[in-house]
Design a protein around this ligand. Structure first.
Ligand code: IMP
Ligand code: MG
Length: 366
C-alpha cells in the first residue's frame, strides 16, 4: 500500500520515508514488523539507523529464522537496496557474517562514515564493572565505540580495508530515492526507554533511540518523514538492569508464557503487563502516526494466526481499542504469531483516504 504523499505545492513529489522504532525497552518485534512492511510496501531502500550490534532482530521468513544485528530486517524483500547509515556503529566481523548468511552482498551498502567497533571496545566493556554489572550492558563494544566517536577518535568504515567493497554514500542514495518519490524505510533499534536522553538513565543504551535519532543516523530530515510506526509488544519485557513498572515474578512470567531470552545475550528477559502510561509517552517522543502491536496471540491464544480484525475475540479487540484510546494513535498492524504471515493489517481500513493514520484522526469515543 503506497499512496503517494501529496505534493507540497511546488510540484515536487512527496518524501515518503517511514520510520520503524521500538516503543518500550527493545525486543518489541521490530524485526518481524520491518520485514512484513518491506515485503508489503516494497521500498526502494531499507536503511538501518539506530545503534550497533547490541541490538538483535528476529525475522522468521519462509520457515527460516534469521537473528540479525546489523543488516536491515527488510532484507527479505529482494528488490530493496539495503543500507547502513553513518550514525550506526558496525562490528565488521558480525556484518560480514550476516551479509553471507542473508546472501545480500550484491545489494548492501555501508556508509563511509559508519563508526567501527574494535576488539578493545568489547574488552573495555567486559572489564567495566559499571557497564557489565550495574547497567547490564550487552558488552558488544557499542557504547565504548560511541564514546570514542564523541571524542573524535573512533575509526570510520572508510578506513577499514575489509569493508571497501561495500562502502557508499548511503545518505546520497537515500536522498536521491526520496527526491524521486521512492519509498524508504528507516529501521531503528532498541526501544524508546533505552534512550540515552529519554530512557531510565543510567540504565539505558549509549545513544538516543527515538525516531528522530534514527532519522539523524541515516541523514533524513524531520520534514522528510511521512510515517512513524512505533512497535509495542502486548506485554513489556526488559533485559539487563533498570526499572520495570509492574514487573512480575519469574514463576508468573513462565505461567503466562511471557518468558523470553535475549537474541544477543541469551539472558532471561523480565516481564510486566502492557504499560499504557509508557505507551503514551513513547507515542509522543516518537511523533508516532501508527502503532504496530505484536504478540497479541500470547495474551489471547484463541486469536493465534488471525489475519482479520473480525477474527479477534472481544477481549482482544477491547485491549486494542484501549491502546488507541489512551495513546490517541491507531493500531494498524497486529501480530498474531511468529511467522511473517501472522498479522492483521488494518492500514487501509483505518487510514482513510490519506493512506495514513494521523493521531488527530482518532476520536475519544472510538
Ligand atoms: P548496551 O547498549 O549493550 O551497553 O546495553 C545497555 C542496556 O541496554 C542493557 O540493559 C541492555 O540489556 C540493553 N539493551 C541494549 N540493546 C538492547 C536490545 O537490542 N534489546 C534489548 N535491550 C537492549
Ligand atoms: Mg531484540
Amino acid at each position: 500500500m503506497f499512496i503517494r504523499h501529496q505534493s507540497y505545492g511546488d510540484g515536487k513529489p512527496g518524501l515518503p520515508a517511514t520510520v520503524i522504532v521500538g516503543g518500550f525497552f527493545g525486543d518489541e518485534g521490530k524485526g518481524k514488523i520491518a520485514a512484513y512492511l518491506a515485503l508489503e510496501d516494497k521500498p526502494a531502500i531499507c536503511v538501518r539507523g539506530g545503534n550497533g550490534p547490541n541490538a538483535g532482530h528476529t525475522v522468521l521468513y519462509k520457515r527460516v529464522q534469521y537473528s540479525l544485528r546489523l543488516i536491515p530486517s527488510g532484507f527479505v524483500n529482494q528488490s530493496s537496496r539495503l543500507l547502513i547509515g553513518p550514525g550506526v556503529a558496525v562490528d565488521p566481523g558480525i556484518l560480514l557474517d550476516e551479509i553471507q548468511r542473508t546472501s545480500t552482498k550484491d545489494r548492501i551498502g555501508v556508509d563511509y562514515q559508519t563508526a567501527i567497533i574494535e576488539e578493545r571496545h568489547k574488552e573495555q566493556e567486559c572489564n567495566s564493572e559499571h557497564l557489565s554489572v550495574k547497567i547490564g550492558s550487552t558488552k558488544k563494544g557499542v557504547g565504548a565505540a560511541n564514546a570514542e566517536r564523541a571524542l573524535r577518535m573512533v575509526k570510520l568504515a572508510r578506513q577499514v580495508p575489509m569493508l571497501q567493497p561495500y562502502l557508499v554514500d548511503s545518505v546520497g542514495e537515500v536522498q536521491e530515492s526520496l527526491a524521486s518519490g521512492e519509498r524508504v524505510h528507516v529501521e531503528g533499534t532498541q526501544g524508546t526507554f533505552l534512550s540515552l536522553y529519554h530512557g531510565t538513565y543510567p540504565f539505558v543504551t549509549s545513544k538516543d533511540t527515538t525516531a528522530s535519532q534514527a532519522c539523524a543516523d541515516v541523514g533524513v530530515g524531520p520534514t522528510q518523514v511521512d510515517d512513524v510506526m512505533v512497535i509495542f509488544k502486548s506485554y513489556v519485557t526488559r533485559v539487563g538492569q533498570g526499572p520495570l513498572e509492574g514487573q512480575l515474578d519469574r514463576d508468573e512470567v513462565l505461567r503466562k508464557g511471557w518468558m523470553e531470552y535475549g537474541t544477543v545475550t541469551g539472558r532471561e528477559r523480565r516481564a510486566a503487563p502492557f504499560d499504557f502510561h509508557l505507551a503514551k509517552r513513547a507515542v509522543q517522543l516518537n511523533g508516532a502516526t501508527q502503532i504496530a502491536l505484536t504478540k497479541l496471540d500470547v495474551l489471547y491464544p484463541a486469536i493465534k494466526g488471525a489475519t482479520s480484525r473480525e477474527s479477534l475475540t472481544s477481549e482482544a479487540r477491547d485491549f486494542v481499542t484501549r491502546i488507541e484510546r489512551e495513546t490517541g494513535v491507531r493500531v494498524t498492524l497486529i501480530g498474531t504469531g511468529p511467522g511473517n504471515e501472522d498479522i492483521i493489517d488494518l492500514r487501509q481500513v483505518k487510514a482513510g483516504s490519506q493512506g495514513r493514520a494521523k493521531p488527530a484522526l482518532i476520536s475519544k469515543q472510538s
